[in-house]
Design a protein around this ligand. Structure first.
Ligand SMILES: *Cc1c(COP(=O)(O)O)cnc(C)c1O
Ligand code: SF4
Length: 340
């Protein structure tokens, strides 16, 4: 489905920065764009006070009009349930503060470390486990990076650096190039990984400069996208994926299993099949991290395993993402297993 409006197609293509600046941040505007009523928005304003609504228009264009239960809308719309207190749901559910090696460098697993490059995201996902991450104002600034780069350079065991955030593709292409050039200057850094949702919610982000950066990297780059529902993968995103693939990067996807969004074998199977058609292999299906405000997205483990079983029973193994949970202190993401 082509989702660009006829009017937009007559104009010059928008740059991703323009699209980002025009993202919807008001619940009323989002409701109006989707033909929803004020009653559909009960509780939205209070819930969005600390972690604001934010969604690019190109993502809104993939939502069904007039459907308050649309699976894409549910991922971004603040709802009153976020304010409910649930004892197990905390600010730092995966123990990240204990894993900080420098203020911007997180290491939990052998051989790879994760660099918090920015706090900015094009979209605010309500279930985000970093929704309360204590990003400092300097996060992403040169002093933070140089401290992290020094720590990486001093530790020959770090073979892979993961750019994360926030969304690393919120950075300009020039800053990304500078950062990866600095990483590639460290001989023991063999691979660079980019965890990003930005091409998904804002396909215009896949511009010539970004492709040039990926094409000319002197280290192999693995791009891990974050698509949760097949409706997110429209023709525009598929075209962006094709361009990414043509640069030679490895393209993977991770999803979060979310009640009311993708806790359904058919939706998960369709997602895997569409990803494959777009040249992307499914990597992880994450059980929800228990972050404050996200309890209404939880899927019980038994049901998650059963869904994984249904998926495995109908797809080739390479299209079945691994169902995992992040446990603080564990040596890797833990497989939750499969039941048939
Ligand atoms: C998830 C994560 C990784 C990546 O783990 P893989 O299993 O290699 O995908 C690395 N570092 C941290 C801190 C993580 O949370
Ligand atoms: S794009 Fe990723 S980091 Fe940003 S809010 Fe969504 S899940 Fe969180």
């Amino acid at each position: 489905m082509i989702t660009t409006s006829p009017r937009a197609r007559q104009l010059e293509p928008r740059t991703w920065q323009q699209e980002l600046a025009e993202a919807i941040t008001s619940p009323e505007e989002l409701a109006a764009a989707l033909g929803l009523s004020a009653a559909d928005l009960a509780g939205v304003v209070a819930a969005g006070q600390h972690f604001r609504l934010r969604v690019p228009r190109s993502f809104v264009a993939r939502m069904r009009r007039g459907d308050p239960r649309d699976p894409l809308l549910r991922q971004v719309l603040p709802v009153a349930a976020e304010l409910a207190h649930e004892a197990e749901y905390v600010a730092d559910p995966v123990g990240e503060s204990a894993a900080l090696r420098t203020p911007a460098l997180l290491q939990k697993y052998r051989g790879r470390a994760l660099l918090i490059t920015t706090q900015a995201c094009a979209v605010h996902c309500r279930y985000c486990f970093r929704r309360e991450f204590p990003y400092t104002e300097q996060s992403g600034d040169a002093p933070r990076w140089s401290e992290a780069l020094s720590a990486i350079a001093a530790d020959p065991s770090l073979e892979e650096i993961i750019l994360s955030g926030g969304d690393p593709l919120s950075l300009t292409n020039a800053r990304l190039e500078n950062l990866t050039r600095a990483l590639a200057a460290i001989p023991h850094v063999r691979r660079i990984r980019v965890h990003t949702r930005q091409p998904v919610v804002l396909p215009a982000r896949v511009d010539e400069g970004l492709l040039h950066w990926l094409r000319t990297s002197t280290r192999p780059i693995v791009v891990v996208l974050h698509v949760n529902h097949p409706n997110e993968l429209d023709a525009e995103l598929a075209a962006a994926c094709a361009k990414l693939r043509a640069t030679g990067v490895t393209l993977l996807n991770q999803s979060v299993l979310l009640a009311g969004v993708n806790d359904d074998a058919q939706a998960l199977a369709d997602l895997s099949l569409r990803l494959f058609e777009a040249g992307v292999l499914p990597y992880y299906l994450h059980a929800l991290d228990r972050v404050r405000g996200a309890a209404h997205f939880a899927v019980p483990d038994e049901r998650a395993r059963a869904l994984a079983g249904q998926l495995a029973a109908r797809l080739p193994g390479y299209l079945v993402p691994r169902l995992v949970r992040e446990e603080p202190g564990a040596a890797a993401k833990l497989g939750l297993g499969t039941t048939f």
